[in-house]
Every structure is written in C-alpha cells, then in structure tokens.
Write a protein that binds this ligand. Structure first.
Ligand code: GLC
Length: 425
C-alpha cells in the first residue's frame, strides 16, 4: 500500500496557525490588509505596525513536545504548522530572506523544532505555505495605499519582479522540503491572487514531488491537489476524492484575544463524527499565543474532546464510512464487520437501522461503557421464512442511562455472511 494512503482514514489532525502577530493577539496576516469579511474579529492594523512585531517575536514557552502529546491524546494522526502565512514571515531559517525567525530574538528554527517533535511522537507532519507574500518587495508587498483589500483587484508586479519572486518562492519551498527530512503534507494557500500560470503551479508541483515523492499536496496549488480542503464547513455530499475540512475553534485562525466566540466541545465532537461518517478528515485549528502557550479556553475545550475520544477513538480514527444515509439517520462508520452509529440527537426510545442482515447481528453495545443494548428485528414475512440471510430492520432500545452527554456511540457486530458484507450497505 502506498505510504500516502495513511491520509484516507486519518480522520483527525491539528492545524497550528501561529506567527509573530500572535503576540499582539490579532488574526494572522489579514489585519495588515484591513481585515477580511470571513474573519469577523480581524481588525485593521497599519501595515508597518503589523510587521513590527516580527522583531520582538520570542516565544520562550514554545514547547512542541507538549503540543504533540496533546495531539496524540486527542487521537490526532497528523499536525500542520504555518511555516509561512500571507504576511511573508518565515517561521524557519531561510537563506533567501531576512524576514524570518532567524532574525527575531527567538532565533531558533520553529519549523525544525515542530517537525522533530511531531515525528518523535509518531505523528505525520505537514507544512502550510502561503503563495501570497504581502511583505516581499517583488510580490509586490501590500502597502497602506493598497487598502481596502478588494478580492480580484491586486497590484501586479512587472515581469522582472515576478521572475525574482518566483525564484524566491520556489527556493523557500525547496528549503522546507529539503531541510527537515520527510514531510507528509505541503498545504499551499492563497492561490486566488494570481493565475496558475503566474504561480508556475505545474512546475512547483513537479518540484515538490521530486523532492518528496510520497508527499501529499492540497488542492490550493491549482491542478496539483491530492485532496480537497473545504474551509469551515462539511460538504453536504462527500467529495469523490480524499478531503479534509479545516475548521477553527472560535472564528479566528490566529490567536485573537477579542474572539470569545468558541464552539462547544460537543459541537467539535459532532463535527468530527459528521466528517468521519462522510469519509473525510477534520483538521482542527489551534492558535498558540505569542509566547508559545495555548490559551486556557482552548485547552479546556480540547480536554473535554479528549475525554470523549478516550472512550470512542475506535469509532473515528482509522474507520471507513459506514451505512448509507437512508439506513441510519446519523453519521456512521465502519471497521470490518463492526458498524458504529453516532447518535447526535437523543432518541425517544429506540433507533432504527434499515437494510441490514438482521440474522447476522451478533451484539449491540454502547462503545464507551460496553453496555449491551436489547434489540428486535423485522423483515418481509416471506423473507424471514425462506431466506437464510434476510435483509431487514434492526430496532435498538436506547435507555436514558446509555446516553453520553456529548455523543453516544453504538457498536454493532455482524457475523460474516455467504454474500459479501456489502449487504450492510
Ligand atoms: C484562508 C485564510 C487564511 C487561513 C486559511 C486556512 O485561506 O486566508 O488566513 O490560513 O484560510 O484554511
């Protein structure tokens, strides 16, 4: 099996949006262009003022081993860090620019430390890289005079400038994919400001694959995507290709001290169940503060998610989508002949499964507690008489005591039948 296949059933990963702007407690990059409609808490900060915190960035409490431990406890399989966001600040040592962590008081290579910590914890590792660079003179840099930011209207460089920028950008990507050992994902962003031809997307994709043959590239490098990246939502119908929903816990990607609009732990758990039931991955964003610590509001919520995962990891991580939507009204997943039902609403007294091999039901239990649940079955009368392996309905009684306050998971084991187990769906 090609190594890339790990992504198909990974289900849960950690996105880390972090930069020098996190010291100020404002969104990453967007304040310098005056904010964005999709980021309600992103303020407008004068360009120079925004960039100025690069020279004071010194996250003394940066402890990527802690982050890795924490991701592991959540059942996460991979972690992706913003190596460079739209503001152009490199969180890694680079030979081709002075605008990096190397020149900030911290001095050490944040990307290198991150990759090492994730790898030693057994996590897959990815790097986010913004094609847009609002700081580089040849991009050209975004200035106060360019405000307001209007989608579709971007100042264009002259050809010589653009060639210099392309060389610089390719060099930075080459550094990231050469200096840190194996990288599992490169997560591009920002392609909307230029055409695929301007980005030299095809050549960039080829370079990436030649440097890291097993890497996955997201769909934001036009024409090169190994997976789709729906942002802040779950696709109503699962895409046919591999996909990953990236989502924030509040409404901001970077640490934003004004944004208290947090999702509840239950909301996060339900999102994870929905995503797993549709065969995708959830890349949940965590935004460290300027000193490297993670705010208590996030830690508290994630601790509750961790508690739930502790009992229910088996129904999410490494699973495949379960039943069809008509068979059970909620997300379900599957591992061999075991089906997991995720109850995101409280049942009145029983729940129904349709179109399943009812004589092959071996056991029905609550995943976390192992509590056995009683059930009945029904099917067409003639089928029950003449068919040794009838397809019908399974009606499971769910008493109040079985209900989990976050999401109840029920595991059903089916015996192997004469026909293939595909009779389950
Ligand atoms: C958007 C934003 C960016 C964020 C990204 C994450 O493209 O521009 O700030 O990093 O989404 O998906």
């Amino acid at each position: 099996m090609p190594d890339k296949n790990w992504f198909d059933t990974a289900r849960f990963g950690m996105f880390v949006h972090w930069g020098h702007s996190s010291q100020r407690g404002c969104e990453l990059s967007w304040p310098l262009v005056g904010g964005a409609f999709s980021l309600p808490y992103s303020q407008n900060i004068p360009v120079e003022e925004y960039h100025s915190t690069a020279s004071t960035f010194n996250p003394q409490n940066y402890n990527p081993q802690e982050w890795a431990k924490f991701a592991k406890c959540l059942g996460m399989q991979y972690a992706i860090l913003t190596a460079k966001h739209h503001d152009g600040f490199a969180m890694f040592h680079t030979q081709v620019s002075d605008f990096s962590i190397q020149r900030s008081p911290y001095g050490k290579d944040i990307v290198g430390e991150f990759v090492d910590a994730m790898r030693s914890a057994g996590l897959r590792v990815g790097l986010y890289f913004s094609l847009i660079d609002w700081h580089h003179p040849d991009y050209p840099a975004f200035t106060e005079a360019d405000k307001p930011y209007i989608f579709g209207q971007y100042r264009q460089p002259n050809p010589a400038q653009w060639q210099r920028f392309i060389d610089f950008m390719f060099n930075q990507v080459r550094e990231l994919l050469t200096n840190y050992g194996k990288i599992d994902i490169i997560w591009f962003d920002g392609s909307w400001e230029r055409t695929p031809e301007q980005w030299q997307a095809k050549e960039l994709g080829e370079m990436v694959r030649s440097l890291q043959p097993e890497i996955l590239i997201n769909d934001r490098l036009p024409g090169c995507g190994d997976f789709d990246t729906p942002e802040q939502f779950i696709p109503p119908q699962p895409p046919l290709c591999a996909w990953e929903t990236c989502m924030t816990i509040n409404e901001s990607w970077g640490y934003n001290s004004n944004d208290k609009s947090f999702k509840s732990p239950r909301r996060i758990i339900h999102t994870l169940c929905e995503v797993a039931g549709k065969g995708g991955n959830l890349l949940l964003n965590v935004s460290p503060m300027g000193d490297g610590k993670i705010q208590l509001e996030l830690l508290g919520r994630l601790a509750e998610v961790e508690n739930w995962i502790g009992d229910n990891e088996e129904s999410i991580i490494g699973t495949e989508p379960g039943l069809e939507p008509w068979q059970f009204y909620g997300p379900s997943t599957r591992r061999g002949n075991r089906i997991y039902l995720h109850l995101l609403m409280k049942p009145y007294d029983s729940i129904d499964l349709r179109g399943v091999p009812i004589k092959r039901v071996k056991s029905v239990q609550v995943l976390g507690s192992g509590m056995e649940l009683s059930y009945t079955t029904r099917c067409a009368i003639m089928d029950s008489l003449l068919n040794g392996d009838p397809i019908g309905e399974l009606i499971i009684k769910v008493p109040e005591i079985a209900i989990d306050p976050y999401a109840t998971v029920i595991a059903i084991d089916f015996g192997v039948g004469n026909e293939s187990a595909s009779a389950l769906s």
